[in-house]
Write a protein that binds this ligand. Sequence first.
Ligand code: NIG
Ligand code: FE
Length: 409
Amino acid sequence: MSAPRWDRLLLNATLATFAGDAPYGLIGHGAIALHHGRIAWIGGMDALPDAPAALADVVESLDGALVTPGLIDCHTHLVFGGDRAQEFDLRLNGASYEEIARAGGGIVSSVSATRAASEEQLFAQSLPRARALLADGVTTLEIKSGYGLDLDSERRMLRVARRLGRELGISVRTSFLGLHALPPEYRDRRADYVTLVCDKMLPALAAEGLVDAVDAFCENIGFSRDETRRVFERARELGLPVKLHAEQLSDQDGTALVAEYGGLSADHLEYLGESGVRAMARAGTVAVLLPGAFYALRETKLPPVALLREHGVPMAVATDCNPGTSPLLSLRLAAGMACTLFRLTPEEALLGVTVNAARALGLTDRGTLAIGQRADLVVWDARGPADLCYWIGGSLARKIYVAGEAVSR
Ligand code: NIG
Ligand code: FE
């Protein structure tokens, strides 16, 4: 008998491939083979080339369980010191997010807590958050800096982000968010801070291999278009892709700017207008929707989902996990909230945490179940893909594979 050709073969699965023309790319009674960390074969049970037992070292029947690509959380700030539960309280007693920020709270208070934490402490505080996301099916995770706002503290955040990936055996992509807030010591020297970010911090951290993309917070309480442009110019010189927190609290036309730089994504977008949508469509920039922040801020202005659809802009969904506006630890719940709050269909929401989330990170080797893709996948205690958006809470992930290996949680 010839040697098995695959490492592992999963049989009798309901496969949501997010590839092909069927809704969810569904293969009802399917099988998937993993080999050397990649998907080696996928199709209907009836199309398997041989007797299953002879095909792989390990053969397992899933009894109809749902399998999806590993979920991709393409926008988080999950490395930070402390928390901001106190501000949640203040907001519910009438203060707005802007008022708290202008009074020296908000992002800046997380900056103090993050600066005060050692690398070890930051890691210890962030690990349970990353673990919670993983437990609910996330195998690729983006993590931003932006609570350090000086070279050493930003470096510490990004090093912790990389270490979380190694510790948990998942993929972590980092974004440098030096233009997140003005640090207090630069209160009267805005331009000097932007110069520091562009000329010192970004080049140094990029040289250390800590930066996969560059982000900024373009907002009246954040940074202007001109300031954002300066960091995008430097990113371009360094060959790094850009993305942007855009039109979250007001329309700054940041979306057109990030599109001009061929940006991977524009994120938040509640105040986005049609010209920005057109710019994104032309540039192929992904719209990342963040219902956790919408919910926690009790925002009422909805992102223009119908316009994004009409113009064919790909939509992703992410947790935005952060201490201020979105202390959310389930990407599956974010997808469900995108349905109930933003009226995405479950299929759109799930495309948003797989295929389109991969695209928002510039990754093409994951987000679908197809031959040659990374074998990042989740076996769920669910009967169909919509279950993943339908159940609020609970632990549905039965088994999680990263590059073909089962990961422990
Ligand atoms: O994505 N908008 C800016 N950044 C975060 C909030 C950060 C914070 O409040 O700590 C966001 O919502
Ligand atoms: Fe964010």
